[in-house]
Design a protein around this ligand. Sequence first.
Ligand SMILES: [Zn+2]
Length: 62
Amino acid sequence: MGFVPNHHGRGAMTPEPCAVCDAVVPYSDAVHLTIHTKSDAGVVDEFICPGCYESEIAAALE
Ligand SMILES: [Zn+2]
């Protein structure tokens, strides 16, 4: 227990749309980000395609 379905109502092992470009990528290729927000949303799970990870996230972590 403790699993909270996301707004897509799908489980964790299905392909996920990239949170940046909306491309649906295989679960095994997606980069899973667990984002700890400072808002009421708390911890947010997002999936990012490898391309967006390179351009959006890797740059942000510099
Ligand atoms: Zn993307």
